[in-house]
Structure formats: C-alpha cells, structure tokens
Design a protein around this ligand. Structure first.
Ligand SMILES: Nc1ncnc2c1ncn2[C@@H]1O[C@H](COP(=O)(O)OP(=O)(O)OP(=O)(O)O)[C@@H](O)[C@H]1O
Ligand SMILES: [Mg+2]
Length: 142
C-alpha cells in the first residue's frame, strides 16, 4: 500500500496575545521535526503569528474566556496550518490590498501571510468567524 502518512496536531488556545509565542515555538518544533529548513520555519512563524494575532484581536476581541483553534497537518510533502475562530468574521471583499507606496499602520497581516506561504485560503462570512488555511511545501515545487 502506498498511503501517505498524515500527522495531525490540534490546539485550542486562549485568546491572549501572550500565547502567540507558545504557538510560534510549537510550530517551529513540528516544522523542524517534519524536515523544514530554518528559512521556511522563520517564514511560517511570522505567518502563523499574524493569523493568530488576527484571531485574537479581530476574532475574539481579546475577550476573557474565549478560545481559537489551530490545526497542524503534516505529510511527507507539506505542512498545512489552519487557524480559525468563531468570532464575528468579516466580509472578505472589504479586505483591501495594501498600497505599499503609501505606508500606513496596520492592514498588512494577510498580505504578509500570502507572501510568506505557498498557498493561502481564507473563508469568512459576517457573523460566522474566520478560517485561514496556510500551506508550506517541503520541496521547491510550489
Ligand atoms: N479572525 C478575524 N476575524 C474577523 N476579521 C478579521 C480576522 N482576521 C482579519 N480580519 C479582518 O481583515 C482585516 C485585515 O487583516 P490584516 O491582518 O491584513 O490587517 P490588520 O490586522 O488590520 O493589521 P495588521 O495585521 O497589519 O496589524 C482586519 O482589519 C479585519 O477587519
Ligand atoms: Mg492583522
């Protein structure tokens, strides 16, 4: 049989900014075990921290007692990271591409995630939370 091995880690995380560091460490440990080099691990740490910060600030409004979720799914060829919350979500059409010729505070998180990861998929509807799926390939195929 030629079944690809798939390992899944699931975390439920309190909506507190101080736990983003814990997620970064967890991600680095998993990604290094899977075989990623330092450069790709650093890219993923930045992307995942941005996604978690969004879940905490926009999804959970840092509300006491709220949680959000992270799933790490690894195979021989890629690491998939899902960050999702059950907050208020948003209209994706309202998320503007940043104009990099006019620097401003904020509005860069999703842009950064898209530039650092190989594949990014975002799902959200107003009132139904947000899900962001990020994929990094081990090889150069992406
Ligand atoms: N988990 C989420 N729940 C609800 N809305 C979200 C979520 N994540 C992002 N958004 C919406 O998408 C917008 C763009 O997110 P992005 O991370 O690109 O920028 P930002 O968080 O506003 O600023 P920055 O990340 O640069 O500090 C946010 O302002 C917010 O309106
Ligand atoms: Mg953000």
């Amino acid at each position: 049989m030629n079944m690809m091995q798939m390992d899944e880690f699931k975390l439920t995380v309190p909506s507190k900014p101080e736990y983003v560091g814990v997620i970064r460490l967890t991600l680095a440990a998993i990604a290094s075990r899977v075989g990623f080099d330092i450069e790709k691990i650093e890219d993923m740490k930045v992307a995942v921290a941005e996604a978690c910060t969004n879940a905490i600030i926009h999804g959970c409004h840092c509300e006491h007692g709220k949680n959000f979720n992270i799933d790490f799914v690894s195979t021989e060829e890629k690491l998939t990271i899902l960050v999702y919350d059950d907050g208020e979500g948003c209209y994706l059409d309202n998320i503007e591409e940043p104009d990099l010729t006019k620097p401003k505070e904020g509005g860069l998180g999703i842009f950064i995630i898209k530039s650092l990861m190989d594949d990014v998929e975002i799902k959200s509807e107003k009132g139904k939370g947000m899900m962001i799926k990020m994929i990094k390939y081990l090889g150069d195929e992406a």
